[in-house]
Design a protein around this ligand. Structure first.
Ligand SMILES: Cc1cc2nc3c(=O)[nH]c(=O)nc-3n(C[C@H](O)[C@H](O)[C@H](O)COP(=O)(O)OP(=O)(O)OC[C@H]3O[C@@H](n4cnc5c(N)ncnc54)[C@H](O)[C@@H]3O)c2cc1C
Length: 205
């Protein structure tokens, strides 16, 4: 499966963001991560501070999903899509209740992101967040910045490249998130993301 190694940066463009990075550096080192403080990021703009974690794997999650699906089928499993699980009843075996009927199983792994069973009232405790992403073709002769980047400040800005089979690369820009359902216009946030990419990434240093 194709993947790339990239240095991963968290970058700050304000003094407050730089303070957050000190806390992130301390927490990272306490976990044994070999992060380095730097202001050399390869981004086409100056930063107040940045943390670099060298040689992290970057890959397309769809490739991983394809490989997982192939493994499941090769092991005799089947994959069912588009059917909502409504409940899981205790018992031996368990009963998984779906919109299209019931399935019995010795084990059930619920990996739904938001827990779907009302044990713990998570539906009332979780806060949905919506964010945006764009894959952009850069002007001839321009390359994406060399690392993977995440801003320390809000709104979050995330940048990385996506190598194309023809040898070129797309620039992936993500972030500009907000509480789900709270934006009068989602297009405004998309425009903000594209405007930021246009003014900061394309601009020559
Ligand atoms: C813009 C963006 C960028 C990100 N970038 C990165 C990144 O660079 N690196 C990284 O590591 N992570 C990244 N993440 C986070 C990453 O995508 C998530 O952590 C990951 O997808 C979580 O996987 P999951 O399988 O736990 O849940 P999900 O991917 O949310 O999958 C849950 C699945 O459960 C299904 N489901 C829910 N309820 C039911 C139900 N009742 N019945 C049946 N099915 C149900 C859903 O349809 C969904 O398919 C990013 C997230 C976003 C939004």
């Amino acid at each position: 499966m194709p993947f790339q190694y990239r240095d991963a940066y968290t970058f700050a463009t304000t003094p407050t963001g730089a303070e957050h990075l000190v806390a992130e550096a301390n927490a990272s080192r306490a976990c044994g991560l070999n992060v380095k403080s730097t202001r050399e990021t390869g981004l086409p703009f100056d930063v107040d501070a940045a943390l670099r974690l060298a040689k992290q794997a970057q890959f397309n999650p769809m490739d991983v999903l394809d490989a997982l699906a192939a493994d499941i089928r090769a092991a005799g499993g089947s994959i069912v899509e588009g059917i909502r699980v409504m409940n899981v009843r205790n018992g031996d075996p368990l009963t998984v209740v779906t919109r299209k009927g019931e399935v019995r199983a010795r084990y059930a792994v619920l990996a739904t992101g938001t827990p779907i069973l009302n044990r713990g009232l998570y539906f009332a405790k979780l806060r949905p967040n919506r964010s945006y992403a764009a894959a952009l073709r850069l002007p001839e002769g321009t390359s994406p910045p060399p690392g993977m980047y995440l801003s320390a400040e809000s709104p979050t800005r995330s940048l990385r490249d996506y190598p194309m089979p023809d040898g070129g690369a797309l620039l992936l820009v993500g972030g500009f998130g907000h509480a789900g359902g709270r934006a009068p216009s989602t297009q405004v946030h998309v425009n903000e993301l594209l405007g930021w990419a246009n003014s900061t990434i394309r601009a020559p240093r």
